[in-house]
Ligand binder design. Structure first.
Ligand code: NAP
Length: 282
């Protein structure tokens, strides 16, 4: 019998996960099928009961359920616990375990793009929402010791910092004050929703002062090149969009469900085609 998989969120119709995972199953010749499920918050608990009752083997969880879902699971992986959010559920014979592959997916993509060691780099994260949390704690787990955060709501960034591992040095900055200090950073990671389709002309900040050759990574992938990435590229930075993160977080989920490595290129190509674009990383 084909294994059943899916993603729950609200909204969910825009999700490219079904396309990506179904392509990965087909490429490996695995009998699996992955579906989007529109689940409102009042139905979340029942939806998770349904995962058990129906024997759904694996789920992704997206906005707005990544934190709320944790109380309905049997076990939470330590990294997901630290992040405070789950994007992947594995159903092992009726025991549901929650994981977070967002941060590690981001790091996999970043390392592949950077083609050099990132451990000694000075990093700035723009944003302090769910994705920023996953990236911040996962970077810290990798031994990166200087990670600053700037966010519109400074208190949220402060909260992130208070839960950090002791060896990570973090300064919390405002979006305004960081603009003149951008030259300090080797890697700048944009995690806010600013610049996402349809508001493609917007940027969370002006990156005129970045270091030449800095890596600027924007986790948005629609559009494939945000205004922020465009400006950074014109200034000589190496720019990466959010497609790598999206594909690698999905690949890590897929591995947890099936024990198999999916074909990354197949996954990337099908999403790129759907977005109607070219890969802009360089
Ligand atoms: P979230 O938890 O809602 O966080 C949103 C972040 O954006 C917060 O830092 C928020 O600042 C900031 N923000 C929103 N509107 C703003 C505005 N007008 N001005 C200044 N800051 C603003 O969302 P999330 O889950 O972290 O997702 C953030 C983005 O990452 C989305 O575009 C999402 O699609 C993308 N994402 C991509 C991947 C991938 O695989 N590539 C994975 C996850 C998420 P405040 O704290 O001040 O509200």
């Amino acid at each position: 019998m084909a294994g059943l998989y899916g993603v729950i969120g609200d909204p969910i119709s825009h999700s490219m996960s079904p396309l990506m995972h179904n392509a990965a199953f087909e490429k490996l010749g695995i009998e699996g099928s992955y579906h989007p499920f529109h689940v409102r918050k009042e139905n979340l608990e029942n939806a998770i009961r349904g995962v058990k009752a129906l024997g759904i083997k694996g789920m992704n969880v997206t906005i707005p359920h990544k934190t709320a879902v944790m109380e309905y699971l049997d076990q939470i992986d330590p990294l997901a616990e630290k992040i405070g959010a789950v994007n992947t559920i594995v159903n092992d014979e009726g025991t549901l375990t929650g994981y977070n592959t967002d941060g590690l997916g981001f790091i996999k993509g970043l390392k592949e793009f950077a083609q050099e060691s990132i451990e000694m780099k000075r990093v700035l994260i723009i944003g302090a929402g769910g994705a920023a949390k996953a990236i911040y704690y996962s970077l810290a787990e990798q031994g990166i010791s200087k990670i600053d955060i700037c966010n519109r709501t400074k208190e949220k960034a402060e909260l992130l910092k208070t839960r950090r591992s002791s060896f990570v040095q973090t300064e919390v900055l405002s979006l305004d004050s960081v603009q003149t200090n951008l030259g300090l950073y080797d890697i700048i990671i944009q995690t806010t929703s600013i610049g996402m389709n349809p508001k493609i002309g917007e940027k969370p900040l002006n990156v005129a002062m970045i270091k030449e050759n800095a890596i600027v990574s924007d986790i948005i992938y629609n559009p494939l090149e945000t205004s922020l990435l465009k400006q950074a590229k014109e200034l000589g930075a190496r720019t990466q969009n959010g497609l790598d993160m999206f594909v690698y977080q999905g690949a890590l989920s897929f591995e947890k469900w099936t024990g198999r490595n999916p074909d990354i290129n197949t996954m990337k190509e099908i999403v790129l085609t759907q977005l109607g674009g070219q890969h802009v990383n360089r």
